[in-house]
Design a protein. Structure first.
Length: 385
């Protein structure tokens, strides 16, 4: 039985996650919240805050995670740009509450899946409006689906989905989104008499990773955005989808100093982790200073260290000139605000180093939910298959 974490490892605090969700819930005055699990599916191992009414999954793999964890299927919004017929059928069999249509073809596949599964009730569907990217469909395509409703006899089209991107720190970007949404909703109401039961909107609020005061900046973004969303919620049955903003502050990444050396007046600390485990949004890690703390601070004058990971690439620099108390081999460093995406988005399979342990600090204290996972078993051909 393992007594404690072994570096490198992540720790996710459910208290921190719930505090951030509570903060969002209070600012948005009871607007139903949707958690996009691509930000951190490990959160699902604990009970979600009551403010979160639905979870958004974006792939067959994420749907499978929900099935294994016995997530209430009615709470699932199954999104994602590529849903093949077998994926749609699986979602129907599991009972996913809402499915998105990202294109006319998606709508046709949803109809085909409903017929194939011989369902008695219609599938609840929301049509995704494009923000000018590969996601969603044009307003004209949405109107085309409404004008040919007879083709989709097994679909109960209940709403519209809109998401234009992440990292929004300016109110003007939210205003632009809502203007687009209002225009489309007005058009389909006027032309087809459609009144949505749900308008799912992802505001993509920015999280501050590098510049102090980080929490104050996060609070500012939410406080400036909330009045716009609360006003919009008076007009439509609004749901707010978030991932990064909810999860970012709940995670820490722990890594250990394995070597220290000085070359041409630069002191390097080599860590057992690296850029394959730590991934901040918009990062150029050698040019940024992420939030770092030392598990043990020794007396003595602080000095700059260049923190490098364990990969054989000069790109593996987590921080340059990080001013720290004197380091020794074996010391543990903690990178904060890694609750969203790092464990899923960083190139963890590079060089076949083992995947970090994952720990949850939840209602029953600290518990490990993923042990050391050998990447070499994934990166080698299975010659016996």
């Amino acid at each position: 039985m393992q007594s404690g974490p072994k570096t490198p490892y992540y720790v996710y605090s459910m208290e921190a996650f719930k505090n951030r969700v509570d903060q969002v819930g209070k600012a948005l005055r009871g607007i139903p919240l949707v958690f996009s699990i691509k930000a951190n599916p490990f959160i699902l191992t604990e009970s979600l805050p009551t403010e979160i009414k639905r979870v958004e999954v974006c792939s067959p793999g994420e749907l499978s995670i929900c099935e294994r964890l016995k997530i209430d299927p009615e709470s699932i919004i199954y999104s994602g740009v590529v849903k093949e017929i077998e994926d749609i059928c699986e979602a129907i069999r599991y009972g996913a509450g809402i499915l998105t249509a990202e294109s006319i073809r998606h709508a046709e596949l949803l109809e085909e899946g409903a017929v194939k599964e011989d369902i008695s009730d219609k599938i609840k569907v929301i049509l995704r409006l494009s923000a000018g990217s590969q996601f969603g469909m044009s307003e004209d395509d949405i109107c085309s689906i409404f004008s040919e409703r007879e083709k989709y006899a097994h679909l109960d089209i209940i709403g519209i989905h809109y998401y234009s991107g992440t990292g929004k720190s300016k109110v003007k970007r939210i205003e632009k989104d809502l203007k687009q949404l209002r225009g489309t909703l007005s058009k389909i109401k006027e032309e087809f008499g459609f009144e949505p039961d749900i308008v799912e909107y992802g505001p993509g609020l920015a999280v501050e990773f590098f510049n102090e005061p980080r929490e104050d900046e996060d609070v500012r973004v939410l406080a400036e955005t909330a009045p716009l969303l609360n006003e919009f919620a008076k007009e439509v049955p609004l749901s707010i989808e978030m991932g990064r903003y909810m999860a970012a502050t709940c995670g820490e990444y722990h890594t250990r100093v394995c070597d220290i050396k000085t070359t041409e007046d630069v002191t390097y600390a080599l860590l057992d982790g690296g850029m394959h485990h730590v991934n901040y949004f918009g990062q150029m890690m050698a040019m940024k200073m992420p939030p770092i703390r030392q598990a043990l601070q020794r007396p003595g004058e602080k000095r700059p260290y260049t923190l490098c990971g364990s990969l054989c690439t000069t790109a593996d620099v987590l921080a340059r000139d990080a001013v720290l108390s004197p380091l020794e081999i074996g010391d543990e460093l903690v990178f904060e605000r890694v609750g969203a995406y790092s464990a899923m988005e960083a190139p963890a399979l590079f060089l076949s180093r083992r995947l970090p342990e994952i720990w949850i600090n939840g209602a029953d204290g600290m518990k490990i939910i993923r042990g050391n996972t050998p990447a070499d078993l994934i990166n080698v051909p299975n010659l016996e298959s």
